[in-house]
Design a protein around this ligand. Structure first.
Ligand code: 1GP
Length: 247
């Protein structure tokens, strides 16, 4: 079974699934492996590895290898550009940043990375990436024309465009560590537009309540990173997210 099929199946089983984001720039590879171990015990479905700044090279490869040695769930690259691709990973979010002004994030990095991931057998998952205010670091680096928080219909239009371009996953991103998540009403509008295409939501999710509201609004996948970095009891923190979003 492909990684994509595994995720799809987990969504069918659990309603909404949780993915844990590990930023290789935030800790040592061994500490990253501890996070992955705790997250797996807590019931996360996969580990995403990525970050906007300082990700690449040997540090990234070592982090992916340590994580892979510590968990049975898939390890998926969440890239910022072609430099953050690891050949040790199981799969990669093959992102197109739909609301970027910069062709590098629309197709150039993708062209440079495609040959590489084919050669090393990393499974690509086609993801339309849409950045919403406040957008955080990724909004700035990705040169995104941020979707205004009070314009759910714009997010829905981008989400539908992503679906019609053939992406099987649509990702609404508010930015890592930001103070406000994507508004639930925006998630609801995007999900209504794309029907059975899967919707991923991340950025600023710190509490079970926030995660539950986003799941109820239509998120198929909830991503958290910062909340886990900030909590000493990773297993329990993830377990409570997983409980909150199941339906
Ligand atoms: C993934 O960028 C997010 O979409 C992660 O955000 O670090 O705020 O959980 P947090």
């Amino acid at each position: 079974m492909t990684i994509e099929q595994q995720l799809q199946e987990a969504i069918t089983r659990q309603g909404t699934i949780h993915l844990t984001l590990v930023d290789p720039d935030s800790q040592s590879p061994e500490e990253a492996a501890d996070i992955a171990r705790g997250a797996t015990a807590g019931g996360t479905t996969a580990i995403l590895v990525g970050g906007s700044v300082g990700v690449g090279g040997r540090g990234l490869e070592c982090t992916v290898q340590e994580i892979k040695g510590s968990t049975k769930v898939p390890t998926i690259i969440f890239p910022s550009d072609v430099g953050s691709v690891s050949i040790a990973a199981d799969a990669i979010f093959f992102l197109c940043l739909l609301n970027s002004r910069n062709v590098a994030y629309l197709s150039t990095n993708q062209a440079l990375g495609a040959v590489f991931i084919k050669r090393y057998g990393v499974e690509p998952l086609p993801v339309a990436y849409i950045i919403v205010e406040p957008g955080g670091t990724v909004g700035w680096i990705g040169d995104a024309r941020l979707v205004p928080r009070n314009k759910p219909e714009i997010a829905a239009a981008y989400a539908l465009a992503g679906k019609y371009m053939g992406m099987r996953w649509i990702y609404l991103e508010a930015g890592s560590g930001v103070s406000d998540t994507v508004p639930p009403v925006m998630v609801k509008a995007a999900k209504a537009a794309i029907d059975d295409t899967k919707l991923i939501v991340g950025g600023g999710i710190r509490t079970d309540k926030q995660a539950a509201l986003l799941a109820q609004a239509g998120a198929d996948v909830i991503v958290t990173g910062t909340a886990i970095e900030e909590d000493a009891d990773i297993e329990n923190k993830i377990a409570s997210f997983v409980r909150a979003i199941q339906h």
